[in-house]
Design a binder for this molecule. Structure first.
Ligand code: GLN
Ligand code: ZN
Length: 782
């Protein structure tokens, strides 16, 4: 007998046999050794032919299904695989190929597909943006009033056939029509106020056709993913969802329909879907979707329908709490016709297999579950739900022991860190003088000219630098040799900036592999993985570090390189750190304490670094927060809580410096009109922003909101290899001057230069400085 939790309803120890399916919404695509990346990139380079690429893909799919089946997943997903992106696949499925790509697509569907994804010499790709609040990027459908949809179910039908041929019980997964339209944007040339959702009537017959094809091909169930319904939706959008599932539900020739949502609670959309004539819902029951359980009870549950319960977190890396899940599942049994067990979302967002991590402390590894481990957890829970908890007694005991080892570990409970975070006061997050007085002190201290020029931090990460790092890792280069390489690079970067006439210099970040990983590797409590690849977009995979324990900084992290650079110039060198919010956003975060607590620990570690930089003579320190906007919660009701801890952690990082030390921050995205107040709350002295791409719209937004501080809206779009001429930079500068007075305007590029080459970097920065000098001369003479 397993002990029963007294405050929760649980499944009984020996329940009557229930039919419970174990399933997932999707699986990592890349393969153990990122075979998919290699094959696709090989195809682009002409080293792998189309047949070989298809063969690799088919083998990966087969391997993944077999892995799932062996782990006990009774119903496997199909159609979740993709050469590049599943939203792009959906555009192909509904015939939404933009006119500029049609010829290439007609000539060769695979090449046309990749042209839509990446563009060619002559045609631009589809725009790419983040999939909700994850770090996965999808290709944005381009639609307009003239878009005509046509059904192409071939890929979905073929992949279902592959799984059925293996004797598996398979469920095709599609992006649902409402989400597809809500994620789309007006095609180029279409008025910006065009709303793709108005195309719903044209799109639904195409989905009906695909569903009929899948039914004919043997699908009993088809899953339609509607994560867009977990965001705040207008009554009209909720009406569109209601109409969609009324119509699809009423089709004569159709498979059973499972409508899935994840990443947050469904809120008002839950009642809409619960009432719709569909056969089941898949809901997220993890903490981030808290509310779904009570809401489901409030709408009277799903009598007679299938509920797929996403109790195992599909987007974080921690082992599941089985007893908590069984309690949830037990409650759900009373609320639906049948209950199945699943991940909360596709496992696309987690690495494949933790057993590959041989360097991770075994003590910590037992707390981690990647995709393969999660499928085993789901199977255990399904068995427990079907046959009673006695049938999984051993697994429950092991799970309890693993959770206890985490809860009581000195790694997750460092008394020194705990004492320090507990002692934080409001005053720690407050500079000793208000901005207006600091600005005066900084002007006197730094003596900068009008329209000071600077860069965002990184200079080109050359192949030589990457090779040096690889050599260091492989033991071909010793530490001293590597450091000499970095020093040489810093000397070159400083000399170039001196010669070009920039005013606030940077050391160029040559020692950083990645702006988060570099710090994660030096902080205690942070963990780097060796094989923990997660798809970011297309063939780009990242290895997010893991915030595993309490965070502390044993030694300074950047002081050595910053002071090395400062010793080589009389101009101020800007210290450069990644801020706490971005550290969290691009890592796997702890799930055993509030995000705000983790942020505060990271902030205190970074605060030590900021203070050490100042003590070492650094007068300008930039704390980058490019992710501040992207981790904004999906629902507006949750924004205030998030922004409170996010801005507090930034202020805690920077609050300990003298008034005459200038704190910069940097953000790079075009839409941040909705967080201007939060940006002001950071209490930074100077902010640099991506603006060239959006033609200075951000400068207007900031000015419109009355932002009173110094601003550097980018005048060089560094995401393109184009070199802007001085006139072009001057035009953008003039535009910026329309919004920000000259005394508060900085001149800089949109973002860091690590992805640019030296040739374009040199030319572009020379032009940028020339534009600033011209404008400066004009402003001071007349
Ligand atoms: N300082 C960083 C760099 O220049 C900022 C990068 C970013 O904004 N993503 O590379
Ligand atoms: Zn940036």
């Amino acid at each position: 007998m397993t002990p029963q939790h007294t405050t929760r309803s649980t499944t009984s120890a020996a329940a009557p046999d229930r039919a419970v399916r174990a399933t997932v919404h999707g699986y990592p695509r890349q393969g153990r050794n990122r075979e998919l990346k290699k094959a696709v990139e090989g195809y682009w380079k002409g080293r792998v032919d189309a047949d070989a690429l298809r063969e690799t893909a088919a083998t990966l799919r087969r391997t993944h299904w077999q892995q799932l089946a062996e782990a006990g997943i009774g119903e496997v997903p199909t159609g979740d695989f993709s050469y590049y992106d599943h939203v792009l696949d959906t555009s192909v499925m509904v015939g939404a190929v933009p006119p500029r790509h049609r010829a290439a697509f007609a000539a060769d569907a695979l090449d046309g597909y990749f042209a839509m994804a990446r563009g060619t010499q002559d045609v631009a790709p589809l725009e790419m943006t983040k999939w909700f609040d994850t770090n996965y990027h999808y290709l944005v459908p381009e639609l307009g009033p003239d878009t005509e949809f046509t059904a192409d179910s071939a890929r979905q039908v073929a992949e279902l056939g592959e799984a059925l041929a293996l004797g598996l019980n398979a469920r095709p997964v599609l992006v649902g029509p409402v989400t597809y339209l809500l994620l789309a944007k007006p095609a180029p040339g279409v008025p910006a106020d065009f709303q793709p959702i108005t195309l719903l009537d044209r799109l639904l017959p195409v989905y009906a056709e695909v569903l009929a094809d899948l039914r004919a091909a043997g699908a009993e169930w088809v899953q339609l993913d509607e994560p867009a319904l977990v965001q705040d939706r207008t009554p009209a959008e909720l009406g569109a969802a209601a109409r969609t599932y009324r119509e699809l539900g009423a089709l004569a020739e159709r498979p059973k329909l499972l409508v899935a949502s994840y990443f947050d609670r469904l809120g008002e959309a839950l009642a809409v879907l619960a009432k719709a004539p569909v056969d089941g819902l898949a809901l997220d029951f993890t903490d981030r979707a808290a509310g779904n359980l009570a809401d489901l009870a409030a709408v009277g549950g799903l009598p007679g329908k299938r509920l797929v319960a996403g109790v195992v977190n599909g987007r974080n890396v921690w082992i599941n709490d089985h007893e908590a899940s069984l309690a949830t599942l037990g409650t759900l049994l009373g609320l639906a016709g049948s209950v199945d067990v699943s991940s909360s979302c596709s496992l696309l967002h987690v690495p494949l297999d933790v057993t590959a991590e041989r360097d991770v402390d075994p003590q910590v590894r037992r707390w981690l579950a990647f995709a393969r481990q999660k499928t085993a957890e789901i199977t255990v829970l399904a068995r427990g739900l079907a046959q009673g908890t006695d049938s999984i007694a051993a697994e429950l005991a092991a799970n309890r022991a693993d959770l206890a080892s985490r809860a009581h570990s000195p790694i997750t409970h460092d008394p020194a860190v705990r004492a320090r975070t507990a002692a934080v006061t409001d005053a720690d997050g407050r500079r000793s003088q208000p901005y207006a007085r600091r600005a005066v002190a900084q002007r006197a201290h730094l003596g900068l000219p009008l329209l000071p020029t600077t860069t965002i931090g990184s200079f080109p990460q050359t192949a030589e630098l990457r090779t040096a790092r690889a050599d260091l890792r492989a033991g071909r280069l010793d530490e001293a040799g590597y450091e000499r390489r970095i020093e040489a690079e810093i000397r070159e970067v400083i000399a170039f900036q001196e010669k070009t006439g920039l005013d606030v210099l940077v050391h160029g970040e040559p020692e950083r592999n990645d702006m988060v990983q570099y710090f994660a590797e030096q902080l205690t409590g942070y963990l780097a993985t060796q094989h923990g690849w997660v798809q970011s977009y297309g063939t780009r995979y990242v290895r997010p570090p893991v915030l595993a324990g309490d965070i502390s900084r044993p030694d300074p992290m950047t002081v050595r390189w910053t002071t090395y650079a400062q010793a080589r110039t009389a101009k101020p060198v800007k210290g450069m750190l990644t801020g706490p919010v971005t550290m969290l956003a691009w890592s796997f975060v702890r799930d055993d304490q509030p995000l705000g607590d983790t942020a505060r620990q990271v902030a205190l570690a970074l605060r030590d670094e900021v203070n050490d930089l100042e003590a070492a003579g650094t007068s300008v320190i930039q704390v980058d927060e490019p992710a501040l906007r992207e981790t904004l919660p999906l629902r507006a009701a949750d924004h205030a809580d998030y922004l409170a801890w996010a801005t507090e952690s930034f202020r805690l990082t920077t609050g300990g410096v003298r008034p005459d030390t200038q704190i910069h921050t940097h953000m790079c995205y075009a839409e941040f009109g909705d967080i201007v107040a939060a940006i002001e709350d950071l209490d930074a002295d100077v902010i640099s922003l991506e603006a060239a791409r959006s033609h200075m719209r951000v400068a207007d937004e900031l000015a419109g909101a009355g932002y009173p501080r110094e601003v550097g809206p980018g005048v060089w779009d560094i995401h393109s290899p184009r070199v802007p001429c001085a006139d072009e930079a001057a035009t953008l500068l003039r535009k910026a001057l329309g919004a920000v007075p000259a005394e508060r305007l900085w001149v800089n590029p949109d973002c860091g230069l690590k992805t640019r080459g030296w040739t374009e970097t040199k030319a572009s920065l020379e032009h940028l400085v020339e534009a600033a000098h011209r404008m400066r001369a004009r402003l001071t003479t007349g």
